[in-house]
Design a protein around this ligand. Structure first.
Ligand SMILES: [Fe+2]
Ligand SMILES: [Fe+2]
Length: 398
């Protein structure tokens, strides 16, 4: 995952998260204030106001530790299984690609020529594509947030930072593989000369400072469903930026996006395998967890992004991605349908009454989302432009 996106571009939840457009300026100087209202020991409703670091955001009710403690044992007992079945999806470092494999070699005499060629190719690419690529890169660059998220999960977290459990080894090595994605896109974009790196760097700093609100409740059932969804979403979106780059005639950029997409696919395989195992061991608990995540909607990891100027930056970025077909509402429904089929949700038997309800809900959800989206698309106002600070304030069609 580390990457990208994954939310329904027209997600209403996100709109609720966004602050009012014209946030009073004085709040920008306000000290960080966290208003927390404890309802039960495990739920806290929090409103985080921190204009100093990012716009005020209304986060969801913060539910913690929703998995019954006895289920932690399931994950402990799966450690050997994860070693044999999940760590095998990692690549040895010596066999991994590195960003430098796809970038001009700075020690070479041909460096300046290579950079010149890269910049010539980038000239053919329109701003709206760069907005998508920058949004993807920023999402990848917020990797500290995603490693933190994985380490919130009960039963699988890296307890020490160097824990030898298979779960912890996976999380560290996954993070290390993901780290190459932001590095490669960042260096490539810097060399193009087409984007405002300072604005982009500010957006990354704001985003890491804001974190994310995936609503996974320290619960590895929810957490691994979320990461399965995310890895597939990033596989799709990087695959689409690769195809577009090819259309613009930039085969090197297509290769960059494609190689990142192939990592995401490998990570998707690993995370979906974990959830498949959970379906095997605990079908009722897992189907309820999947329905719960889908009812809450899968939010994109970068949904709290801000560049110091546009309080609805994520919405605007999502609209451009939707229009270009880099990541669309249709993709959201397709991913859900893919996962429901991958985990054979329709074939589950022996479920409780609640479990059967969740099963029915999930098996028809993708088609309902598609219908809603078609209606929303036909009602949506087309056109309109928005200045993006990432491309020096140039107007980009939404
Ligand atoms: Fe990823
Ligand atoms: Fe990634």
């Amino acid at each position: 995952m580390a990457s990208r996106m994954a939310l329904h571009p027209h997600d209403v939840t996100l709109r609720c998260l966004s602050p009012p457009l014209a946030a009073p300026r004085r709040r920008r100087r306000a000290a960080v204030r966290v208003l927390a209202v404890a309802s039960t020991p495990s739920t806290v409703s929090a409103k985080v106001e921190s204009k100093t670091f990012s716009p005020p955001r209304e986060v969801h009710v913060q539910v913690t530790h929703s998995m019954p403690p006895q289920k932690i044992e399931i994950f402990k007992s799966l450690d050997d299984w994860a070693r044999d079945n999940i760590l095998t999806h990692l690549k040895p470092v010596e066999k991994c690609w590195q960003p430098q494999d796809f970038l001009p070699e700075p020690s070479s005499d041909g460096f300046h020529d290579e950079v010149k060629e890269l910049r010539e190719r980038a000239k053919e690419i329109p701003d709206d594509y760069f907005v998508c690529l920058v949004g993807d890169m920023i999402t990848e660059e917020a990797l500290p947030t995603y490693q933190t998220m994985l380490n919130t999960l009960d039963g699988v977290r890296d307890e020490t930072g160097a824990s030898p459990t298979a779960w912890a080894v996976w999380t560290r090595a996954w993070t290390a593989e993901e780290n190459r994605h932001g590095d490669l896109l960042n260096k490539y974009l810097y060399l193009t000369g087409r984007v405002d790196m300072r604005q982009i760097e500010k957006t990354i700093q704001y985003l890491i400072g804001s974190g994310m609100d995936p609503r996974t409740e320290n619960n590895p059932y929810l957490g691994f469903i979320y990461t399965s969804f995310q890895e597939r979403a990033t596989f799709i979106s990087h695959g689409n930026t690769a195809r577009h780059a090819k259309d613009y005639g930039d085969l090197k950029l297509a290769q960059i996006c494609g190689i990142i997409a192939s990592d995401e696919k490998r990570h998707e395989t690993a995370y979906t395998k974990i959830v498949e195992k959970l379906f095997e061991i605990d079908p009722d608990g897992t189907v309820l967890a999947l329905a719960d995540m889908m009812k809450k909607k899968i939010s994109m990891p970068a949904h709290l992004m801000f560049d110091g100027q546009d309080d609805k930056l994520f919405d605007h970025f999502s609209m451009v991605a939707q229009r270009l077909g880099v990541y669309t509402a249709r993709d959201y429904a397709d991913i859900l349908e893919f996962l429901v089929n991958r985990w054979k949700v329709a074939d589950l038997t022996g479920l409780s009454g609640e479990g059967q309800k969740a099963q029915d809900y999930l098996c028809t959800l993708a088609s309902r989302i598609r219908k809603l989206d078609e209606r929303a698309q036909s009602r949506a106002k087309k056109g309109g432009t928005m200045p993006f600070s990432w491309v020096y304030g140039r107007e980009v069609q939404l």
